[in-house]
Design a protein. Structure first.
Length: 261
């Protein structure tokens, strides 16, 4: 089984940087992100509307490079989690995690026995169609699979310490728009209630040997989150990065035309 460099890095106390993919379902997008320096690529199924077949293509075309493919599935359901892992995803992100029981279900769905209840199929996509000792593959898959739970509601925040105690969960990730909306302060990331939530999630992560995760939308915000204790960061998403870069470039060109006149 492949080594999950992202999981190894964050468990060693390092910061891992990646990006989200929401819009561009091309065979090259994962490789482009890796060439740009992304250590992981998070393919979204929650908001993109992508089918399992699209995700299968994105994972397969991304496994030729070093960036770790991770998939955010739309719900805590076994058939979403186990299927994308069998396709070759090396990590799973779950939205709207609110209880320790839900977190335990995630572990059971994504880990093989004796740690979980994931159905066994080998010499397929996730082990690169290779042979080998099944017991070794099971042990390595359980060790290498990265599990990310998103804290996005008041209920999830209230139970974050219990969620953090679940063995097998690796990252507690703040979904900032959903969490701020649940708190009644949508988009107000400087509000005391949101700042308090940030402190609480990071503290719970640190107390239970987990890692705090976040999606910063700018380099300035990325530095802020790292200083706050986040160590797993997805810098923006494909559509927003493309739009900003295009807008900045077009603005600069138009300004140079005006100066030339």
């Amino acid at each position: 089984m492949r080594t999950n460099q992202v999981k190894q890095a964050i468990q060693a106390g390092q910061v891992s940087l990646g990006t989200f993919i929401f819009e561009f379902s091309t065979t090259g997008i994962g490789r482009i992100a890796a060439e740009a320096g992304a250590e992981f690529v998070l393919f979204d199924m929650e908001h993109s509307g992508w089918s399992v077949e699209t995700i299968r293509m994105l994972i397969a075309s991304s496994r030729s490079v070093d960036a770790v493919p991770i998939v955010r599935v739309p719900a805590t359901q076994y058939h979403f989690m186990a299927r994308v892992l069998d396709m070759g995803a090396m990590g799973i992100m779950l939205p709207m995690v609110e209880t320790a029981e839900q977190a335990q279900l995630i572990v059971e769905s994504c880990k093989y026995p004796p740690m979980g209840k994931r159905g066994a199929a080998f010499t397929i996509s996730h082990d690169d169609y290779s042979g080998g000792d099944v017991a070794t593959k099971i042990r390595e898959a359980n060790d290498q699979t990265l599990l990310i739970t998103q804290i996005e509601t008041v209920k999830g925040l209230d139970n974050v310490e219990q969620i953090a105690q679940v063995n097998g969960i690796d990252v507690l990730w703040i979904g900032q728009y959903d969490l701020s909306s649940s708190l009644g302060i949508p988009g107000r990331f400087d509000h005391p209630d949101f700042l308090s939530a940030v402190v609480r999630v990071v503290a719970a992560s640190n107390a239970h040997n987990k890692v705090a995760g976040f999606m910063p939308m700018s380099t300035e915000e990325a530095r802020l989150r790292i200083n706050q204790g986040f160590r797993c960061l997805a810098y923006g998403g494909d559509l927003w990065l493309y739009k900003k870069t295009l807008a900045d470039g077009l603005k600069e060109i138009r300004e140079s035309i005006s100066i030339a006149r």
